[in-house]
Design a binder for this molecule. Structure first.
Ligand SMILES: [Fe+2]
Ligand SMILES: [Fe+2]
Length: 515
């Protein structure tokens, strides 16, 4: 009789046990241990476990499986093992996370509750479920195989919900009606690898993980990740595809911890698709993160995600840029008829960072598409445009359109010059523009932005990971000081920028400003 430890290693070690046809025999006693261990791992009482909605295997089924002293069918073990080796490896990015995921999926639990489940345990449980027709009505082998195929889709689908230029579950039909105030969280540039030049990324990963813990407590309507998920270039003279793949895996591993009720909306950054993207990089991006441009609705608010790299350098993708231009025009035309309560544009690189007619630099768009698309957005009623890329906060206005550049959730740059000086040069002069130390990646500097929509408009503010409001409502209720640390006085950032640019305030009439 094979003990579970050996069975588990049989699953893990590729060559040894495949030849041992008699290996995967488990006793009911072993199963009892495993099931109890699973219950412990999930932190749920047996009663709660059986009550979970959507649980395939209820407590009664578990008890029966245990008391009947059943042996697991070897071919089912073999199938799972072969599937993991031949199909999953190299395609699903985190094999450990995969085992947790399939067990959680089979039992209708959140994957965070099944951490610690070993490959052998996953195989054990799935084999039993397949034998008892809990995974489908056909033969055990067939239903296990098709269930695993579906699981593979579901495993990564969370990051590829943007497809066909829409976002799964956030269509106009599902989310087009205004239902009252709500908030979402924006994080920008997790960019694992930036701090240590791709040699390691522990600090950035830790900051992202801390942000996810806060996000799970805050429970925003959705999470916006404003691009540059990883640092290593996928293409170009400094490309390191291997490091990029590892960083993407690590980002996904952390983001998988985001509560499953919170959709994750991803924006393509220059580090994700390359400084000068080609069709190949666009394909790679979409296989990892879904569409690079699309629109969606949340609670009656319209959001448009733009691939801003087309407006930085589209020399290898002129047709793709034209397609996006056409799509943007059609979207804004349709928007004028729909007249949503609020409309927002999301891009990685801001169209402008301080003044609408500033010269083009490394952190704003080419001037022609900038003027054209910003005008289209304004005419369609867009009042808020959220970006990243700069690794610092900045805020700019054109009449009643506010362009907000969000600092990083990972590494921030210690800028000592104004954004309008730094961002409009071809390359920032680090000697002149950056203080000492040049970068920060700690909870006193990394943070996230909370954005709230009300009847009358939107509000937003930046919060350090070390100084987070206890709830979303608290974010705009008082003037900070959540952890006893002094905070700046909070004002509507648009008013601050308007004042600095000498533009009229909200009460005064504001003549249109040309770009
Ligand atoms: Fe970045
Ligand atoms: Fe960037």
């Amino acid at each position: 009789m094979q003990c579970l430890a050996k069975a588990a290693s049989w699953l893990c070690e590729k060559d040894a046990a495949v030849q041992d046809a008699a290996a995967p025999q488990l006793t009911g006693a072993t199963l009892l241990d495993r099931q109890l261990k699973l219950l412990n791992l999930t932190n749920l009482s047996a009663e709660d476990f059986s009550r979970k909605e959507g649980v395939v295997a209820d407590q009664k089924w578990l008890e029966l499986a245990i008391s009947s002293q059943r042996k697991v069918e070897p071919s089912l073990w073999m199938l799972y093992r072969e599937w993991v080796d031949d199909v999953i490896d190299g395609q699903v990015e985190h094999v450990d996370a995969w085992h947790h995921f399939v067990v959680a999926r089979a039992f209708g639990l959140n994957p965070s509750l099944t951490k610690g489940v070993k490959p052998g345990e996953a195989a054990d449980l799935l084999a039993l479920l397949a034998e008892d027709r809990k995974l489908g009505d056909s033969t055990a082998n067939e239903s296990l195989e098709s269930w695993l195929e579906e699981s593979r889709e579901a495993f990564d689908f969370r990051f590829r919900k943007a497809h066909h230029r829409c976002f799964d579950g956030l269509s106009f039909a599902e989310e087009g009606d205004w239902q009252g105030s709500f908030s979402f969280v924006q994080i920008a540039d997790p960019q694992l690898g930036m701090l240590h030049g791709d040699r390691s990324w522990e600090e950035e990963r830790a900051m992202l993980s801390l942000a996810v813990q806060h996000i799970n407590k805050l429970k925003p309507r959705f999470l916006l990740v404003s691009g540059d998920m990883s640092n290593a270039w996928p293409v170009g003279p400094q490309a390191d595809a291997k490091a990029a793949a590892k960083q993407v895996n690590a980002v996904k591993e952390v983001l998988r911890e985001v509560d499953s009720s919170i959709p994750i909306v991803l924006v393509a950054g220059n580090h994700d698709i390359g400084q000068v993207p080609s069709p190949n990089e666009l394909d790679l991006y979409s296989s990892r993160w879904g569409d690079d441009y699309f629109s969606f609705w949340v609670g009656g608010v319209y959001f448009m995600v733009i691939n801003s790299q087309f407006y930085m350098d589209s020399s290898k993708t002129p047709n793709q840029r034209k397609d996006q231009d056409t799509w943007i025009e059609a979207q804004f035309e349709a928007l004028k008829k729909r007249k949503p309560k609020h409309a927002v544009v999301l891009s990685h690189v801001p169209p402008f960072i301080e003044e609408p007619d500033e010269p083009q630099g490394w952190a704003n768009w080419e001037t022609e598409p900038r003027a054209r698309i910003v005008k289209l957005a304004k005419d369609a009623g867009v009042r808020l445009w959220l970006c990243g890329h700069y690794h610092g906060n900045a805020d700019a206005c054109l009449d009643d359109l506010e362009v907000v550049t969000c600092a990083s959730v990972g590494s921030n740059i210690n800028w000592i010059e104004e954004p309008g000086v730094v961002a409009t040069s071809t390359r920032p002069n680090f000697e002149k523009c950056v203080g000492e130390p040049p970068f920060f990646a700690d909870a006193q500097h990394s943070g996230l932005r909370i954005v709230r929509f009300d009847d009358e408009g939107s509000r937003h503010d930046w919060f350090l990971l070390a100084d987070m409001p206890p709830t979303l409502d608290d974010a705009f209720r008082q003037d900070g000081n959540f952890n006893g640390s002094p905070r700046r006085r909070r004002r509507r950032t648009s008013d601050v920028v308007k004042q600095r640019l000498g533009l009229p305030g909200p009460e005064e009439s504001s003549p249109p400003r040309s770009l």
